[in-house]
Each structure stands twice: as C-alpha cells, then as structure tokens.
Design a protein around this ligand. Structure first.
Ligand code: R5P
Length: 231
C-alpha cells in the first residue's frame, strides 16, 4: 500500500540533504522506502568517495539489502543502544511533525530505530504533507490476533482492512512474521490519544503513528528543500 505522489527529484533532494547531516563516526538509522533510499545511496557515496566512517542500522530487510549492495558498514538492531541520526520517510506528515508510516510495512523496526535516535529526520515530498493526518494507519498484528485487534480498531472508530500482497496470493507478511491491518480513521484530530489506544491493544505489535518523534522534516521541492523544525 504505497501512497506517494512526489517526483524522484523531490525525494532525491530531501534524501541527499538529510544525508549531509551524517558525520564521521556516526551510527545512522537507515529508513525504509523510496525517499529514504536516496539518503542511503548518498551516505554510501560519502563512504566510498570521502572515506566517511559510519555504521548503518537498517530498518528493514529491503534497506539492509540496499545498504549492503551500496557498501555501507552495518550493525544490526540488537547491537546498538543509541543512534546518532535516523533518516526515514513517511506516508504523511502533519504541521506538528507527527507522521504516519508503514506503507512498506516496516514501521515496527523503524519506530525502534527512529525512537533511539538523538536526531530523527523525516524525508518527504510535498504530496506527503497535510494539516491533519487522515491516511490509513498501518497496524502490525500478531497473526492470531488479527480478528480481536480488528474488532478493537472498529470500537475505536476505525475501518480496518487486512493488507494483501500484490505479487502473491494471501496477505502481506512483515519482516517480523506478522500481518498488517490498514485502518481508516478519517481525519485524526488527536494523534497522541489514538496512538495510546493502539499501543494499549493486545496483539498490536506496533502501529504507524509516529507522534512527537520527528525533530525535523525535510520536504524536497522542485527547486530545493524546505526544512520544517519542531516548535
Ligand atoms: O514502511 C515503510 C516506511 O514507513 C516508509 O518510510 C514510508 O512508507 C514512506 O515510503 P516512501 O518514501 O517510498 O513513500
């Protein structure tokens, strides 16, 4: 379930500008998705061409593969306690820098890495920005809990749909072996309250609401990068 309408040039500008934040010796959270991939490639170029000394912490199988191919030294999630800077994409970002993530079903690991970061930078294109979050919220669930979690999501006013795989029969299975319910809530006026309700639902492994986490959002435009900062 991808919801992107930006251009590659917009995404590239955002990703490459964010990659400039990475300094020598840093532990870097490597986000997932088409926008974060531009940052991953830019970091890899700095490693190869400038001898930048980093270790990357990938947030998904796909990002680990990309970073490995591009030659970024890696550490796995269970080897790090803190991350200096995390650069990650988003499906939607509101004016308060709250985000919906998980269009690629990577939000559980992304949230762990992004929350461990001293500085968490979202990279996006203008199609991702909105005054109020209103896209479907991905909810990763233990497979056996999908029915009870779906019932709870309906109690919370949502309309959940089991995410289907595009190129195989059956559902999407996350990197963690779980399923994803995409839940429409309409306009989300109080993301913090909804996030707390989702986190308190037994069987919900992680949801895609990233509330109060991003320090900055870099929005790539047709001629530059707009930097939005918390506060
Ligand atoms: O699970 C995937 C992630 O949350 C992505 O960061 C998000 O879906 C944005 O991806 P993209 O930059 O490809 O739109």
């Amino acid at each position: 379930m991808k919801t992107t309408g930006g251009t590659d040039d917009q995404k590239r500008r955002a990703g490459e500008r964010a990659a400039d934040l990475v300094t020598d010796g840093a532990t870097v959270g490597l986000g997932t998705g088409s926008t974060a991939a531009f940052a991953v490639r830019a970091i890899a170029r700095a490693v190869e061409e400038d001898g930048l000394d980093v270790r990357g912490v990938p947030t998904s199988f796909a990002t680990r593969e990309l970073a490995r191919e591009e030659g970024i030294p890696l550490a796995s999630l269970d080897e790090v306690e803190t991350v200096d800077v995390a650069i990650d994409g988003a499906d939607q970002v509101d004016d308060a820098l709250n985000a919906i993530k998980g269009g690629g079903a990577a939000h559980a690991r992304e949230k762990i890495v992004d929350a461990a970061a001293e500085r968490f930078v979202v990279v996006a294109d203008p199609s991702k920005t909105a005054a109020t979050l209103d896209r479907a919220v991905p909810v990763e669930v233990l497979p056996d809990a999908r029915t009870t979690v779906a019932a709870r999501l309906r109690e919370l006013g949502g309309d959940p749909t089991l995410r289907s795989a595009e190129r195989k029969d059956g559902p999407v299975v996350t990197d963690n072996g779980n399923l994803v319910l995409d839940c429409e809530f309409g306009a989300i006026d109080d993301p913090a309250s909804l996030a707390a309700d989702l986190s308190a639902t037994p069987g919900c492994v992680e949801h895609g609401l990233f509330v109060g986490m991003a320090d900055e959002v870099y929005v790539g435009t047709d001629d530059g990068v707009e930097v939005r900062t918390r506060g």
